[in-house]
Design a protein around this ligand. Structure first.
Ligand code: ATP
Ligand code: MG
Length: 687
């Protein structure tokens, strides 16, 4: 095969004259077709700047550019490789004048939009305004303007929102601003209404390529049609089984419409998978099987049977995280059963832990930090990078080590307690002069010589409070007492109020307060001895004092995320993992209620069935990210709100039809448990 392409891929790459659709399963080389086709087009003499390749995310665009660079060298930098939205920006910057838009228009973020909507609709309630934003965005995604939205509104509420939308659009025009949806909607309008602009773009673009076509929405499809015109020189690649953005308006109709709208469409199917072992593909095929099909396909690979897919039942989130870390460590140490072809893949970057929802990352972050394993969180914010968690960790660090100056500064200023910048600057200068930590400087006699009495007494008060906290933390043991300590502390420093004061929207403040409560639960659990932090297997242990727990947390909190490093374990939501691959994948929290996700209200049966189909596709996306080994873990007890409730394995696990013995517990874990048990009875710590 030429240049690492099979016959079907070559056919797609060489089809240059008209429209081409590559419809194929995961890992079959669709994205590879796009990069190779870019190279092919350049080879045939098409100027690089006349090629546009559209990806789903900015990150995917960067990766594609790098691949293209490897294939064709310098000219790759002139190829337009970006998302639909970024292409929209380009169109509007160049030709937006035809719509009365100045080239330096601004793009509004959610906060701006919510502010404008509150004003237009006469409400102060951010939740309502966000609901409007969501509805308006859905309408725009479906290609409706305010008048059309009004015409099709189903009730008074929708009619009202359509009127708000009309005002909102007027405001945006007046502000020379656009929102995210306009980046698709306005270029559409531009190309529809201005023949000269449309013709210019159609002539300019010699070929348009689109990755992840199954996740385009109605407006994006219209935009594509206008950009390619009659000549229809485009290549779309996609997989109906990986459509996971239905909730954001993506529609499989776009796949069905292509052959109708372009009768000359060349459809190419790929079935050989180059990514995963047969064991992994079998599980993937089994899970996606029950979904209705646009076209039947069965993935196969020549990479061999490989290691069996493993299912692990975990006691709770922390246990699951420990197991994941243990697995990463054992594969890296080369002692795992994950031998064979997988044995080559032992760098941190060869591992990914994937989950349904962002909050599931937290337990993994803590366990990875504790084991000093570098990681990055993609598709979400790291729990420990959240400002509120950093604030609280700063206080805990200070209890452990009052001389930690950065922690001191953070704690004394969040929330602010009437101690001004100037006072702190003077305290800092004083401390430097006498080679003291800020905390030590606080109690130095000569401090009153450089600071006014009021400032000194404010500082003393803070110092005394810290000492008191430290004393209490030293003597607080057990879950209940720890909870009471934490509640009392947060109340005393007024942290909840502080969040409300520093956030515009109550919803944001409430979300951040939710993280704080989560964090407190986590700390309290450790004090109760429910979770063991001393390594090894999770077992019920002696309760610990809050100060002891704070010591571990201080350590965990100060290890920073090493995003800039390339060799890191990836933590990612399933949605953000689309299109990517890793040698070793751990799919976590595969429980009923989590994956498939189950919100509290179920809604009508038909909607529920569709949602389950989308969740099934999500599971399929997750499984097919794995190249060599796949572990699927579920929780025997899972968090629901603030309680631990009994957990059930996801229906998808049973459907994966794994051999019974692969679902067994890891024998080494059992051995460790026995050893711990023995050690406990003998009254000595386990080795
Ligand atoms: P997804 O549906 O997950 O986006 P995809 O269909 O886009 O997957 P690619 O990411 O393009 O698949 O390819 C999967 C893996 O297989 C990549 O590592 C790619 O380099 C490799 N691959 C694809 N085609 C071939 C081929 N003909 N020969 C060797 N390796 C290939
Ligand atoms: Mg791909």
């Amino acid at each position: 095969m030429s240049a690492g392409l099979n016959l079907a891929q070559l056919q797609a790459v060489n089809h240059l004259s008209g429209p081409c659709l590559v419809l194929a399963g995961a890992g079959s080389g669709k994205t590879r077709v796009i990069t190779h086709k870019i190279a092919r087009l350049i080879q045939t003499g098409l100027a690089a700047e006349r090629i546009a390749a559209i990806t789903f995310t900015n990150k995917a665009a960067a990766e594609m550019r790098e691949r293209a660079r490897q294939l064709v060298g310098k000219p790759a930098k002139d190829v337009v490789i970006c998302t639909f939205h970024a292409l929209g920006v380009r169109l509007l910057r160049e030709d937006g004048a035809a719509l009365g838009l100045k080239p330096q228009f601004s793009i509004l973020d959610t906060d701006d939009i919510v502010g404008i909507l509150k004003d237009c609709g006469g409400t102060t309630d951010a939740v309502t305004a966000r609901h409007w934003q969501w509805t308006i965005s859905a309408w725009k995604g479906a290609g409706l303007d305010a008048a059309q939205a009004l015409a099709q509104a189903r009730d008074d509420n929708e009619r009202f929102i359509a009127l708000v939308m009309a005002k909102y659009q007027e405001r945006l025009a007046a502000y020379q601003s656009v929102d995210f949806d306009d980046l698709i909607g306005l270029p559409l309008k531009l190309l529809r209404e201005h023949d000269d602009v449309r013709q210019r773009w159609q002539q300019r673009l010699g070929h348009v390529l689109i990755d992840e076509y199954q996740d385009t929405n109605a407006s994006q499809y219209e935009l594509l049609k206008l950009l390619v015109g009659q000549a229809a020189r485009f290549t779309a690649v996609g997989d109906d089984d990986q459509s996971i953005y239905g909730w954001r308006g993506a529609t499989l109709e776009n796949l069905k419409k292509l052959p109708q709208d372009f009768p000359q469409l060349q459809v190419i199917k790929l079935e050989q998978n180059y990514r995963s072992t047969s064991a992994i593909l079998r599980a993937a095929n089994a899970v996606i099987g029950p979904n209705p099909k646009l076209f039947p396909k069965t993935l196969w690979s020549e990479l061999g049977e490989g290691e069996p897919v493993r299912v692990i039942a975990c006691d709770h989130e922390e246990h699951e995280a420990e197991r994941a870390v243990a697995r990463i460590q054992s594969i890296r140490a080369g002692s795992s059963a994950a031998g064979g072809s997988g044995a080559r893949f032992k760098a941190f970057k060869d591992f990914a832990i994937l989950y349904r929802a962002n909050h599931q990352a937290r337990a993994f972050e803590a366990a990875l930090r504790k084991a000093q394993i570098p990681y990055k969180v993609s598709g979400g914010t790291s729990f420990f990078d959240r400002a509120e968690i950093k604030d609280l960790c700063a206080w805990l660090r200070l209890l452990v080590n009052p001389d930690d100056d950065p922690a001191f500064l953070r704690a004394i200023t969040t929330p602010r307690r009437g101690i001004g910048h100037q006072t702190l600057a003077q305290l800092g200068a004083f401390a430097t002069q006498y080679k003291l930590s800020l905390f030590e400087a606080l109690f130095a006699h000569s401090l009153s010589a450089v600071l006014p009495a009021r400032a000194v007494s404010g500082l003393h008060e803070f110092g005394r409070y810290l000492n008191e906290l430290e004393h209490r933390a030293r003597h607080t043991t057990g879950h209940e007492a720890a909870r009471a300590f934490l509640d009392d502390w947060l109340k005393t420093i007024g942290y909840e109020q502080y969040l409300h004061d520093s956030e515009d929207s109550d919803k944001m403040a409430a979300a951040r307060w939710g993280h704080v409560l989560d964090f407190c639960d986590w700390v309290a659990q450790r004090c109760g001895g429910q979770i063991d932090d001393s390594g090894g297997l999770t077992t019920e242990r002696e309760p610990k004092t809050l100060l002891e727990v704070a010591q571990t947390i201080a350590l965990i909190a100060t290890i920073s995320e090493r995003e800039q490093d390339q060799d890191v374990v990836t933590l990612s939501t399933l949605h953000a993992a689309k299109g990517l691959e890793w040698p070793h994948v751990i799919l976590a929290g595969v429980n009923e209620g989590l994956l498939p996700f189950k919100p509290d209200d179920d809604g009508p049966a038909e909607a529920l069935a569709q949602r389950i189909q989308e969740e099934r596709r999500l599971m399929y996306v997750g499984i097919t990210r794995a190249q060599h080994t796949l572990v699927v873990s579920w929780l025997k007890r899972r968090k629901k709100g603030r309680e631990l409730v009994p957990g059930q394995p996801s229906r998808f696990i049973e459907e994966m039809q794994l051999d019974a013995d692969t679902t067994r517990e890891d024998p080494r874990a059992k051995l460790r448990a026995l050893r711990e048990e023995f050690a406990r009875r003998a009254g000595t710590p386990a080795a």
